[in-house]
Design a binder for this molecule. Structure first.
Ligand code: BF8
Ligand code: SF4
Length: 630
């Protein structure tokens, strides 16, 4: 790799990296060359006779128990997708518990979007007319609980209510509709233990089932309940990159995923601003990393500090007074790094602790108290900053975010109030918009930080492809200046520019909408699923027939594999920029990259060159347009 990052803010901080602790790129170099068996998916530690490794070019060609490459790879993949789904489902479950409490007791959380709650209840078959909102909410919570507690047969309520009808029928035919999220996660772990499933097609079907657990009991459920509690995102403007950390403010960086905590920190940072001023600061600047950044960005305009791969660099600016983390994507390295600075690292979840960090546990009743304490710790740390260690950057960009489905519909309905999807469909039909691509997912140290996200998207928008984005992809594109009106002027193709200018006008801006629409965090990939479902149903076609695709250019997390599996099951072409550990199973690889299309409508392809990846995606879009007679 020639360069670590294309992010100019990250690069500046990295240039003045002050040891003695290593950063993620240095640790990566120490790992090289990475294990070939692991890279191919050909190692197994599922029982005490192992670890077993398979030689792709000869002997041994089986593990001690007789498992061959396809079985090993399929078992490993199912475990990865299960772990990813477990992360999202646990996230959704925590939110569900808070919603349940918020409906029945006085406490720190309240319902913000009653309309969303009613709309969802209606979709789930709950009568809403003349009922108290809290009663509707309780019935909705009961429906959500069923998706974790249903024993015996039955199907996920959230899936049946929200997935395209044609997909539900297909998944039923394949026998992959989950019964309850927890049961499927348990069963997948059982299925992959020693001496269990030795049929790779059966293991892949289970993988699809876990992808659906992720899509509906993780992503969709999580997004829906978060919107009810904290509000459905609306257009908001803000800034991105490490330049949002400035010397004059107390800087609190939120990192993680579930907005339960970050919402409270935002609230308490406002309340305690006078305390920060007494300590000599101008104000308190909350900013975010990873998906929690997306959550507070799109609901409150809180600026984005950076994304996954540059998380250490936020501390290395010497300006982060407190970094408050909850769950997922938090590098264990942060603890030793924070010790080299004045930064207080605060862990808040019982399953994410770090030696050397301050643990302030979040709980429903203590949420306010805990958030107040965390902000106070940040203010106290501010006065301990070491000027010699300040390594700041001024790099930052402007952005517009908040493209929830509701926002998109509300903008489009200014053109056609009766049929808001019609103008979008017309623009796709006449070719001003060739198609829609979602770029999602992480950074991965194997790819120059942000490089593939940014260059793939620039290619696509120049070809009149509208891009929607979530997660660390959204963060990468934000930092590269792709989420503002100027990006439309600079990089969008002529058709896309025309329609974005019109939409900008009807939205009341005197500028075009950005060419990349920020739809939220990784759980908010459900919003992209909702758009696809709505478009397919409006046109009376399948998702597979739409001129759309998805891409996780720099994925690293097991969650991304779970999301990708769901997208393939929806019928999407899914691009990955990094090869997952599957090549050791030749038949498994052939299925995932080709055969899946016949069975599921979607498939994966892997390409690490942005221009080549954009070409494959564009050709796919053209083929789908042709299929629709466009
Ligand atoms: O859930 S994109 S690196 S932060 S896993 Fe993690 Fe990947 Fe970022 Fe968000 Ni999603
Ligand atoms: Fe080896 Fe089979 Fe045990 Fe895996 S399950 S470690 S392949 S013997």
């Amino acid at each position: 790799m020639e360069k670590f990052t294309i992010d100019t803010g990250a690069e500046q901080v990295l240039q003045n990296w002050q040891g003695p602790v290593e950063h993620v790129w240095q640790r990566y170099q120490e790992q090289e060359p990475q294990c070939g068996f692991g890279s191919l998916g050909l190692c197994c530690r599922h029982c005490g006779q192992g670890p077993c490794r398979i030689n792709p070019f000869g002997k041994p060609d089986k593990g001690i128990c007789g498992a061959d490459g396809n079985i090993m790879v399929a078992r490993n993949l199912l475990r990865q997708v299960t772990a990813g789904a477990a992360a999202h489902v646990d996230h959704a479950y925590e939110t569900l518990e808070v919603l349940e409490k918020a409906l029945s007791e006085e406490g720190p959380y309240k319902i913000t979007d009653a309309e969303k709650l009613k709309g969802l209840a209606h979709k789930l078959g709950i009568a809403v007319e003349g009922k108290d909102i809290k009663d509707i909410g309780k019935e909705l919570v009961a429906k959500a609980r069923e998706d974790f507690q249903r024993f015996g047969s039955g199907e996920l309520n959230w899936l049946v209510a929200h997935a395209p009808k044609e997909r539900v029928a297909k998944w039923r035919e394949l026998g992959v509709i989950p019964r309850n999220a927890d049961r499927e996660i348990r069963e997948a772990l059982h299925q992959t233990t020693m001496g269990m499933d030795a049929s790779w097609p059966n293991l892949l079907l289970a993988t699809v089932k876990l992808g659906l657990v992720d899509g509906y009991a993780g992503l969709k459920l999580g997004t829906d309940l978060q919107d009810i509690l904290f509000g459905t995102p609306q257009p908001v403007f803000s800034e991105a990159n490490l330049g949002v950390l400035t010397e004059e403010n107390v800087n609190i960086v939120m990192h993680g995923h579930i907005p339960l905590l970050s919402e409270k920190i935002v609230e308490w940072a406002r309340k305690l601003t006078p305390e920060a001023q007494k300590a000599g600061a101008k104000s308190i600047q909350v900013s975010g990393i990873c998906c929690t950044a997306n959550e507070i960005l799109m609901r409150h305009g809180i600026p984005l500090a950076t994304n996954f791969l540059a998380q250490e660099l936020a501390i290395a600016t010497g300006l982060t007074d407190a970094m408050i983390v909850d769950v997922q994507c938090i590098m264990p390295s942060l603890a030793s790094l924070a010790r080299c600075y004045h930064t207080v690292l605060i862990t808040t979840n019982p399953i994410v602790k770090m030696d050397g960090a301050t643990h302030l546990e979040w709980s429903y009743q203590q949420a306010d108290e805990m958030a107040r304490k965390a902000v106070e710790l940040a203010i106290a740390a501010y006065s301990k900053r070491d000027p010699a260690k300040i390594n700041a950057t001024r790099e930052k960009t402007t952005l517009m975010v908040g493209f929830s489905v509701e926002t998109i519909i509300s903008i489009l309905s200014k053109i056609d109030a009766q049929e808001p999807l019609k103008p979008l469909v017309q623009e796709i039909s006449n070719g001003d918009i060739q198609g829609v691509v979602a770029t999602v997912g992480c950074n991965n140290v194997k790819i120059t930080h942000d490089y593939l996200h940014v260059n793939l998207v620039k290619e696509l928008i120049s070809k009149d492809v509208l891009v929607v984005t979530t997660g660390c992809s959204a963060n990468a594109l934000a930092k590269a200046g792709l989420l503002n009106s100027e990006a439309t002027e600079k990089w969008a193709g002529p058709g896309l520019k025309k329609i974005l200018s019109l939409l900008g006008q009807v939205a009341g801006l005197d500028k075009p909408l950005p060419p990349v629409w920020h739809m939220g965090s990784c759980v908010d990939n459900s919003r992209i699923g909702d758009v696809l479902t709505a478009l397919a149903e409006y046109l009376g076609v399948t998702v597979q027939q739409l001129p759309v695709a998805a891409s996780a250019p720099e994925h690293q997390h097991e969650k991304a594999l779970a999301i990708g599996t769901w997208a393939v099951a929806m019928g999407c072409l899914v691009h990955l920029g990094v090869m997952p550990p599957i090549l050791g199973g030749q038949e498994v690889t052939a299925f995932l990259t080709s055969g899946a299309e016949e069975v599921l409508g979607g498939k994966f392809f892997v390409e690490s060159d942005p221009v080549k990846a954009a070409t494959v995606i564009y050709e796919h879009i053209q083929a789908k347009r042709k299929g629709l007679g466009l």
